[in-house]
Ligand binder design. Structure first.
Ligand SMILES: Nc1ncnc2c1ncn2[C@@H]1O[C@H](COP(=O)(O)OP(=O)(O)OP(=O)(O)O)[C@@H](O)[C@H]1O
Ligand SMILES: [Mg+2]
Length: 348
């Protein structure tokens, strides 16, 4: 049985229906990301799990117990927010020990746990500092330690990295993942950064307008997007409008060019999705030809833009010393594997 279960959650604020029929089952120790654009309802889902918002419909259970009617304090949840939410007038040690103090834990135990948590986040010597004396990354680590100190059953992280600069973001996100694994704590992480979600998560929930469009491993969500929205939001995707001219073999026309997709497709217009890295300058088995519109040498990668029958495709190729980058204006024949071509459902 799943450890954290969200069933049929619905939430409206006034006339706006913010979360719709939201279902999610999380295994013990799993790291799940809620990924989606601003305003899609990620924080609202998290706040319902924490108990700050009450769902209009639906239920939430943790470790087999229905917690839908329980208050925040009684859910055993640790939460870290986007903005630095440390108590400015308390030291690092007092911040980390805060939840334990509220619970009435003995002082000696609090101080032992605080030391343990500060070691875990790599700040054992900062116990007596105040938040203003720490960098943004250090403050977020303290916020994490504060959330973890009472040993919650579930950890909720709402864009904890978004206020940090790019380099710190990457190192801290890896650190968070290592701590999460070491503790084996069931975690929901909210982000609108697809790279963050893909690189960290066991599974990703891609949200769009309050709905979980797709729940799957990063590999599944990227390679087999369930909706047009997921296909476009997760990763870079070229879309091509084509015409199915032979339904049985899935042969499509792109201007005068033909591509056999080897799968039955309804005749008529179709939208195809192609990842830039699936298009190769060498090798097929299928081929398309286009005119090079731009060719940018970025070092490890050459990013080429090609006009195929009036539509622009981006190709990302690894640099090779044995091959000069294509030149603008030249005709480029490039290969692809028909099974890599996504057929995108009409916008829903
Ligand atoms: N307490 C509230 N009262 C009224 N509307 C709210 C409230 N909380 C959220 N909303 C609205 O619900 C929608 C979803 O908000 P939510 O904060 O869940 O989005 P989000 O996915 O977390 O976005 P972001 O990435 O910007 O944080 C938004 O349109 C927001 O304005
Ligand atoms: Mg939010």
């Amino acid at each position: 049985m799943s450890f954290l279960k969200l069933s049929h959650l619905e939430k409206s604020f006034g006339a706006s229906h913010v979360v719709r029929n939201f279902n999610l089952e999380v295994e013990r120790g799993e790291f799940i990301s809620l990924l989606g654009p601003s305003g899609c309802g990620k924080t609202t889902v998290l706040r319902m799990v924490a108990g700050f918002e009450k769902p209009d419909v639906g239920s939430i259970s943790i470790a087999g117990k229905d917690v839908t009617a329980l208050g925040v304090r009684r859910r055993d949840i640790g939460m870290v927010f986007q903005a630095y939410a440390l108590f400015p007038n308390l030291t690092v040690a007092q911040n980390v020990g805060f939840g334990l103090k509220v619970q009435g834990t003995a002082r000696s135990e609090i101080s032992a746990r605080v030391q343990e948590m500060l070691a875990l986040i790599g700040l054992p010597d900062k116990a007596d500092r105040y938040p203003y004396q720490l960098s943004g990354g250090q403050q977020q680590r303290v916020a994490l330690a504060r959330a973890l100190a009472p040993r919650p059953k579930v950890l909720l992280l709402d864009e904890p990295l978004s206020a940090l600069d790019a380099k710190i973001r990457v190192s801290l996100r890896n650190e968070i993942r290592e701590i999460q694994k070491a503790l084996g704590i069931t975690t929901i992480f909210v982000t609108h950064d697809q790279e963050e979600a893909l690189s960290l998560s066991d599974r990703v929930v891609v949200m769009h307008k309050g709905v979980a469009d797709q729940i799957g491993t990063p590999f599944e969500v990227y390679n087999a997007p369930a909706t047009r929205f997921v296909a476009g939001f997760v990763g870079t995707l070229n879309t091509l409008e084509a015409e199915v001219i032979d339904a049985a073999t899935g042969t499509v026309a792109l201007g005068a060019q033909r591509l056999v997709l080897d799968r039955p497709l309804p005749p008529g217009p179709v939208t195809l999705g192609l990842r830039p890295e699936m298009l190769h300058m060498e090798g097929g088995p299928a081929y398309l030809t286009g005119r090079v519109m731009a060719s940018d040498f970025l070092g490890s990668v050459v990013r080429v833009r090609v006009d195929v029958a009036g539509q622009i495709l981006a190709l990302d190729q690894f640099n090779s010393t044995r091959r000069a980058p294509p030149r603008v204006g030249e005709e480029l024949r490039f290969g692809l594997n028909p099974s890599d071509v996504l057929v995108i459902a009409p916008a829903g």
